[in-house]
Design a protein around this ligand. Sequence first.
Ligand SMILES: *Cc1c(COP(=O)(O)O)cnc(C)c1O
Length: 363
Amino acid sequence: MTASNQSVNQRLWSPLVRELVPYVPGEQPKLSNLTKLNTNESPFPPSPRVREAIIAALGNDGDALRLYPDPDASVLKQTIAKYHGLETNQIFLGNGSDEVLAHVFMAFFKQEKPLLYPDITYSFYPVYSQLYEVNTVQIPLDDHFQININDYNIPNGGIILANPNAPTGVLLGLDQIEQLLTNHPDSVVVIDEAYIDFGGVSAISLVSQFDNLLVCQTVSKSRALAGLRIGMVFAQAHLIEALERVKNSFNSYPLDRLAIVGGVASFEDEAYFQSTCQTLIGLREVLVGELSDLGFETLPSTANFIFARHPQHQAVELAKGLREDGIIVRHFVKPRISEFLRITIGTAEQNQALVKRLKVMLG
Ligand SMILES: *Cc1c(COP(=O)(O)O)cnc(C)c1O
């Protein structure tokens, strides 16, 4: 708790809210001349078709905005269903995958037995656990920051994993996920695939086989649409139905008109999507090489970021030095990972600016 927090008058707050420790998103600086390698946004624009679709949907006078959007976002659901070869009742959509995840916690994890997730993972999981009063057990990653699925063989009321994991970027193989689903037939197992398009294989292919699997994805990273707020869930219809119940007890219109048409346009431009993902993977491999030439140790990344530490230099100092040059990276003050920097892959120019500055700092 910061001093400013304590000075706020909390007299009328609920006891739960008084204890809440909210998620802290990466900085969104107001200055535009900064090199933003801190929140895993895409360095590329979205498909140009997204812009066209949104402008067309606005109409001449913006009259379309007078009306509520389709509460089911059916057009987008159909487009995504076709894209993944699923039925529309196997898809749930929400206002960013953060919102979708909140509904997942409410729908499945609020129960006696504890929810399991790694000690190092997406920091929204503990926040939702607190908000919805979900019991949790954190399972430590091994010394190589890998998930060992055998560590999860304890009584539980659900499991959630980011795959690839955040902020490590380390991928768990599909065979391991399949084993995990088999080991826990009475638990919902959520695989949060925010970064799966950067070289991983999605667990969506397992949906028809496992009635306890729930896959979560977002358009925010690989589709360069963080500003549009679209999150997706893929699962068998009985799990989707539970999410629809929660959603319809919370907000009937999580996706606005512009998000619906923009999302459709993105999924209809497969060539652009594939080429930007491939370009990003190429840039990642180049940057990994350059960082290791500078003496950094990097975890094997299948994401659009690199988790790296330097044996001779403190992460906090490196982050500070980069910032003085207008380059922002993410540093987590947390046990086990405080010596790491999480560096989002930028454009070739941005990555070069980063490497150049690091070279100067490391002497
Ligand atoms: C970015 C991210 C999300 C949130 O995505 P939004 O759709 O932008 O809300 C969820 N999970 C993980 C692991 C992420 O990194």
